[in-house]
Design a binder for this molecule. Structure first.
Ligand code: DGY
Length: 330
């Protein structure tokens, strides 16, 4: 009997999904959910043909060079800025991600975070918990309306469009967006979405939602100069990736009330959070949980497992990032 391929499950995962992988592979898993350093990850990948990873594991050219036996890296995330795709292509390594299964869940969260930000929900809850609520007041935690306001979307991919649908169809918002390319009219028309320049987006929106993938091109796409274009009453919500927003510049803008408030699910250098963000009141902070419903996290894990099984057993991986490397070397 030929030996079964060995794979690494780099983080703790749903036990039944790990069991599904065990039916095909020799699995080394990580139920203690240890976060591996670069050297530890490399040591764990010794002899592995594939890896089930999350956005926390960095797969770079050096790692791939050290493991020529590696054939597939399957991300349990739609974003894949943790994987050097050019290096994967050069070495014939398949990379996969988990699109679609998290779109609606992530858009729900983005909308909720935007609403919590606009209506000052976290800030007012902290006030109440501190025992500071002694009377009703006409201006107490007065925020800004979401319904009928102008929703600005930076990055109009699947999740951006799902946020736009919620805004336009559920809350009567005017939708403007900026994206690398303009959507086809059949996507714009049902939402009344208007394609604008990035500058116009920032100047006109009441609520900015950032959903653009991270890449060197989108690094600090929102920094001091961009924040300066926004209305003082505007809010900013980031559900994309840390690094798209300059967190230090954002904290300064929030402190000086150059914009009204922000909602952040992702951070530069997470899980560390810029200390200035922790000390400003007008920001809602969540620990990268936009896709975190039980059903969606299961769907993501299952899809990552499907990709790994197909990649290493001669099947067709459902969601490859670089299908041009298929079929994989034996
Ligand atoms: C994703 O899928 O990219 C989410 O950010 C979870 O990492």
């Amino acid at each position: 009997m030929s030996q079964r391929p060995a794979v690494l499950v780099a983080r703790a995962a749903f036990p039944d999904i790990v069991e599904r992988l065990r039916a095909h592979f020799e699995v080394e898993d990580n139920p203690a959910d240890q976060i591996f350093s670069k050297a530890e990850l490399s040591a764990k990948l010794a002899g592995k043909a594939g890896a089930f990873i999350t956005g926390s594991e960095r797969i770079d050219a050096e790692l791939l060079a050290a493991h020529p036996q590696l054939r597939a890296v399957c991300n349990m995330a739609v974003g894949y800025n943790n994987i050097d795709i050019d290096a994967c292509n050069a070495r014939g390594v398949l990379a996969t991600n988990t699109p679609d299964v998290l779109t609606e869940t992530t858009a729900d969260f983005g909308f909720a975070l935007m609403m919590a930000t606009a209506r000052r929900i976290a800030e007012s809850e902290h006030f109440l918990r501190r025992g500071e609520w002694t009377k009703w007041a006409y201006d107490m935690f007065a925020g800004s309306d979401v319904h009928g306001a102008t929703l600005g979307i930076l990055g109009m991919g699947r999740i951006g469009q799902a946020v736009a649908r919620r805004g336009a169809l559920g809350f009567g918002m005017k939708v403007i967006y900026h994206n690398r390319s303009r959507l086809a009219p059949e996507f714009e028309a049902p939402l009344g979405a208007r394609y604008v320049s990035k500058e116009e987006l920032l100047r006109e929106c009441d609520h900015l939602v950032i959903v653009v993938p991270y890449s060197p091109a989108s690094h600090h796409a929102i920094a001091a100069a961009e924040l300066a274009l926004m209305k003082p009453s505007a809010t900013l919500t980031n559900i994309a990736r840390g690094g798209v927003v300059d967190d230090a510049a954002l904290a300064a803008a929030l402190r000086e009330r150059r914009i009204a408030a922000a909602g952040l699910d992702v951070f530069e250098g997470e899980p560390k959070v810029h200390p200035d963000l922790l000390s400003v009141p007008n920001v809602v902070l969540t620990p990268h949980i936009a896709s975190a419903t039980v059903a969606t996290r299961r769907a993501m894990a299952s899809l990552a497992a499907d990709n790994l099984i197909a990649a290493l057993t001669g099947g067709t991986p459902p969601t490859p990032i670089n299908p041009q490397v298929l079929p994989l070397k034996a």
